[in-house]
Design a binder for this molecule. Structure first.
Ligand code: ADP
Ligand code: MG
Length: 561
């Protein structure tokens, strides 16, 4: 078997165009080729489990290797492999037709990821870094022959007999002069870790040195010797792929450290996302400890698709206010090659967004209900998310209304409803609005705060930067309520509506007063009324019916007294 052919597209040399266009993001060639190796391995595992592949599965580890002298990078898998026919079909036809279309349309494309996604150029991203790409492959099918395919980045390819003796595929990249940086251990390790840290099939990149116990020395102290072990890049079963019921708190914390090895803090709590309808999505979102509002890092959430890292730019998938969270989101419904314009257009993305918001709100509500004290302790750290969320998302605000807390200057904590109840009667203005007093600077407003408290009023703490916005929000969302920064003038204008409404005398006391008056005056048609509320200037009124009747008569005849 030895066949040469030409691909029938008009542009003579498309790869320089692709190369140039994709240049900014050229490290993704490794993501694409390793994902293909993972796919091929998952396929053979699936065929084996279905009983359609009867051979030994054997070691399925994927190897990534490089040779500085030969200037090659090789990705080898023990997956399903390809027959010569399949190479022609999957590598030549599909990709070349994609590439041809690309040449026509590349001017519209906005970023490199979009091109790869739209035109199925995953495999061809290899030409961003290689001037020659070679495939050595042997299909799992019985009687298949080893096949070699070579392409030098022009539109011509060559297929001949290959040298693989075991099932699977090697992709050999002959690295071009501009891409020498990739022929370095550290660089490749970094890229593999970035994209492949949680791939479902083990990825080996050479060996690494570690130490292991080696008995005791003469003084009885343990000795260690250094040994070479496989340098495995990935954890094939990251926490988010497991069932929440199989995970303990330690597992979630350990996974957090795996995600952010350099983070010193532990997360406050987490939410394990697990959706399969109407879209697939798994993930774990962590609430970080917040030291102050300016210190939190955004963009810490990592987006995965089938355990392949895509991006940590999750702006369009995660609602803005939740960008402050950390963790992982994995959805096969988000294609490997996402681009900004794709995300904005995709309806799944909107649903994902809404779902995450709902999940986070539900989790917070559950925490609040289940352990209010614990929730109050965490409030300092989560209040920013909650307030930010309420300001920016009505649906979230609806739910958060029940667990959003406010704190007064005595460090007492209330829900919004509780607080409204607390001050509704004691702090009103002359128009009957409830007035919430707040301070945004406890030191500066100290004397006003004391005055307010001396008069029995309550002052809220609203001293974080987001509170500047939250004050306005609360005022707008709370009926007949105004928020006023505490000062002498504001305090003076307050009316204690409740003072006047509260009963000054109990019912029994009122009755005693009435009978005392009745006994003392003792007249017929007399009516004694006690002002139990203390609303009138006269605490007791005595009216005599006859007198009232005469008054009325006079009023009707127009006479005076
Ligand atoms: P995609 O992965 O999106 O299908 P690619 O351009 O990355 O597109 O790959 C094209 C096709 O080539 C794959 O669908 C697969 O059929 C075949 N292929 C690529 N790499 C391998 C491999 N390592 N083993 C088996 N088949 C492969
Ligand atoms: Mg691919």
């Amino acid at each position: 078997m030895n066949e040469k052919g030409n691909i029938s597209i008009h542009t003579e040399n498309i790869f320089p165009v692709i190369k140039k266009f994709l240049y900014s993001d050229n490290e993704i060639f490794l993501r694409e080729l390793v994902s293909n190796a993972v796919d091929a391995t998952q396929k053979i595992k699936r065929l084996a489990s279905l009983g359609q592949y009867k051979g030994e599965l054997g070691d399925i580890t994927i190897d990534v290797a490089f040779d500085e002298e030969a200037r090659t990078i090789t990705i080898s898998d023990n997956g399903i492999g390809m027959t010569a026919e399949e190479v022609k079909k999957y590598i030549n036809q599909i990709a070349f037709s994609g590439a041809a279309e690309f040449v026509e349309k590349f001017k519209e494309a906005k970023d490199a990821n979009e091109i790869i996604g739209r035109f199925g150029l995953g495999f061809y991203s290899a030409f961003m870094v290689a001037d020659q790409v070679e495939i050595q492959t042997l299909s799992y099918q019985e009687g298949a022959e080893a096949t070699r395919w070579v392409c030098d980045g022009s539109t011509s390819y060559e297929i001949s007999e290959g040298n693989r003796t075991t099932r699977g595929t090697d992709i050999i990249l002959h690295i071009n002069n501009d891409s020498e940086e990739f022929l370095a251990k550290g660089k490749l390790q970094d890229i593999l870790e970035k994209y492949g840290k949680f791939l479902p099939v083990p990825i080996r990149f050479g060996t690494r040195t570690t130490s292991e116990p080696d008995g005791d020395d003469d003084e009885g102290k343990p000795k260690y010797k250094s040994i070479e072990v496989d340098n495995i890049i990935n954890n094939t079963t990251p926490a988010w792929t497991k069932s929440p019921s199989d995970l303990k708190d330690e597992d979630y914390l350990a996974f957090y450290r795996e995600l952010y090895p350099y983070s010193m803090d532990e997360p406050l709590f987490w939410i394990h996302l697990n959706v399969d309808y109407p879209f697939n999505l798994t993930g774990i979102l962590y609430f970080p400890k917040v030291k102050n509002d300016f210190e939190i890092q955004k963009n810490k959430i990592k987006l995965y698709s089938r355990q392949v890292f895509i991006t940590d730019e999750v702006k369009d998938i995660v609602p803005e206010f939740l960008m402050l969270l950390h963790g992982v989101i994995d959805s096969p419904d988000i294609p490997l090659n996402v681009s900004r314009s794709f995300l904005q257009a995709d309806s799944n993305v909107k649903k994902i967004n809404a779902h995450i918001t709902k999940k986070v709100a539900d989790k917070l509500a559950e925490l609040f209900k289940g352990d209010r004290k614990g929730f109050e302790e965490k409030w300092k750290d989560i209040s920013l998310f909650v307030k930010y969320g309420m300001l920016s998302d009505d649906k979230f605000a609806e739910k958060a209304n029940d667990f959003c807390l406010v704190r007064n200057t005595d460090q007492e904590v209330y829900t919004l409803k509780e607080y409204a109840e607390k001050v509704k009667d004691i702090q009103q203005d002359k128009d009957g609005n409830v007035v919430y007093l707040y301070t945004n600077d406890i030191a500066q407003q100290d004397s006003y705060i004391s005055t307010a408290k001396d008069r029995g009023y309550d002052v809220l703490m609203m001293d974080s930067p987001i509170d500047a916005h939250f004050v306005g929000y609360l005022e707008q969302k709370t009926e007949k309520t105004q928020l006023k920064r505490v000062d002498a003038d504001v305090i003076d204008k307050l009316i204690k509506a409740a003072d006047s409404k509260e009963l000054q005398l109990t019912e029994d006391e009122s009755k005693t007063v009435v009978s005392l008056f009745e006994k003392a005056i003792s007249r017929d048609n007399m009516k004694v009324e006690v002002d139990a509320l203390g609303e009138n200037e006269l605490p007791v009124t005595v009216t005599i019916d006859e007198f009232m009747r005469r008054m009325k008569d006079m009023a009707q005849t127009g006479g005076g007294m």
